[in-house]
Design a protein around this ligand. Structure first.
Ligand code: NAP
Ligand code: GDD
Length: 351
């Protein structure tokens, strides 16, 4: 059905970009993916999924309009998935201006270019549950109030509004997925779930002896990333563009995730878990829990992986990696070369 269709994914080197590329290749798309030129490009996820040589790679920087223009000209996409962003909430407090540029303004650049260069492109914007912020009335749906609590959320709310506005003003087929947290063994190590699964595995194999975390009481609606990229694709297959919440409808605390992870390897978290102010934020969204009714009724989408299963998939994957690494095997992954967060000094957050 999708044979011969062309898709452009911004941020193909990220967790979602890699899974989405895999999904679209499987459906017969010609996939163009953007990456960021840097001294050490970051293709490990594409290698894990064994798709690195199947994607047409296009270098861009989101803050550079001409690079975006070139990417659209090269790819001539039928579908454009805008996933690239400065996506770490913690960092957005340290770099609020570049986060606004990269995670907010660049969406305006992209939809402007789509409007002028190829207005029949179907556009997906990676919006986020973080936009609900301090609105803790749950479950949160497409119509719930959005009260951002981070520079990242404020930037994404701007991008969300621009996407809706271009849909209404210019008739673009532009949809925004308001995705709640979704995780996997390909998740970046700075995010709490992978930080936990990686640390638990390291403790189990004797490489480290502690896990330092900030706010343990924050609650998130955590799902499994490969299922969430399927929802992105479904949105662009609809006759009418719209915004959709994608979520499991369940909420768990960081503490619950940590306890479940330690339990899987028969260790007592009390022995290893340390509270560390460095990992708390000036503001932190207390509670996210989504209502994905619209997605279920219109897209036929619903999550399949339970919270417990998600923790298990992540902990088992990291345990296997650390055991293989200790056995001298080489394979694509990120952890051995990841900077120890305890060695990183950021500015004082509470001045
Ligand atoms: P991710 O793993 O952090 O990937 C982000 C991607 O953006 C990477 O490919 C990164 O490139 C690229 N990027 C960052 N800054 C860039 C720049 N200045 N120019 C060009 N590319 C840049 O994020 P993810 O988890 O896959 O999430 C995908 C999108 O969904 C993001 O927009 C995120 O904000 C949003 N989102 C995620 C979740 C979630 O729970 N995962 C939930 C809601 C919304 P490098 O590889 O070079 O860093
Ligand atoms: N990262 C991190 N590190 N978070 C910690 C830590 C820690 O050491 N200790 C406690 N937390 C808490 C955070 O304060 C937050 O309340 C929660 O764990 C989840 O943090 P993250 O995993 O960093 O994710 P996030 O919810 O802030 O943002 C993610 O989900 C959003 C969707 O709601 C990212 O993927 C965003 O890009 C995405 O939009």
């Amino acid at each position: 059905m999708s044979q011969g269709r062309r898709a452009l994914i911004t941020g193909v080197t990220g967790q979602d970009g890699a899974y989405l590329a895999q999904l679209l290749l499987g459906k017969g798309y010609e996939v163009y993916g953007t990456f960021r030129r840097s001294s050490s490009p970051n293709f490990w996820r594409l290698h894990v999924l064994d798709i690195a040589t199947d994607i047409q790679l296009v270098p861009i920087d989101l803050s550079d309009a001409s690079s975006l223009l070139e990417a659209i000209r090269i790819a001539q996409p039928d579908e454009l998935y805008n996933l690239a962003a400065q996506s770490f909430v913690g960092t957005s407090f340290e770099t609020p201006l570049s986060t606004a540029e990269v995670s907010g303004l660049s969406t305006a650049r992209l939809v402007e270019m789509v409007r002028h260069l190829k207005p029949d492109t179907r556009f997906y914007q990676a919006s986020t549950s973080e936009m609900f912020g301090s609105n803790s009335e749950v479950p949160q749906s497409e119509t719930s109030e959005m009260v951002p609590m981070s520079p990242y959320a404020a930037a994404k709310l701007y991008a969300h509004g621009i996407t809706r506005m271009y849909r209404e003003a210019y008739g673009l087929h532009a949809s925004a997925g308001i995705l709640f947290n979704h995780e996997s063994p390909l998740r970046g190590l700075e995010f709490v779930t992978r930080k936990i699964s990686n640390a638990v595995a390291k403790i189990k194999v004797g490489v480290t002896d502690s896990l330092h975390l900030g706010n343990l009481e924050a609650r998130r609606d955590w799902g499994y990333a490969p299922e969430y990229v399927e929802a992105m694709w479904l949105m662009l297959q609809q006759d009418e563009p719209a915004d959709y919440v994608i979520a499991t409808g369940e909420s768990h605390s960081v503490r619950e995730f940590t306890e479940a992870a330690f339990a899987l390897v028969d260790l007592d978290p009390e022995q290893y878990l340390r509270h560390d102010e460095r990992f708390t934020r000036p503001l932190d969204v207390p509670l996210l829990m989504g209502d994905a009714t619209r997605a279920r009724e219109t897209l036929g989408w619903q999550h399949a992986t339970s919270f417990q299963k998600l923790v298990e998939v992540m902990v088992r994957a990291d345990l296997e990696r650390w055991q293989s690494w200790q056995a001298g095997k080489t394979f694509p992954w990120d952890a051995p070369f990841h900077t120890d967060e305890m060695r990183v000094i950021t500015r004082t957050l509470r001045v």
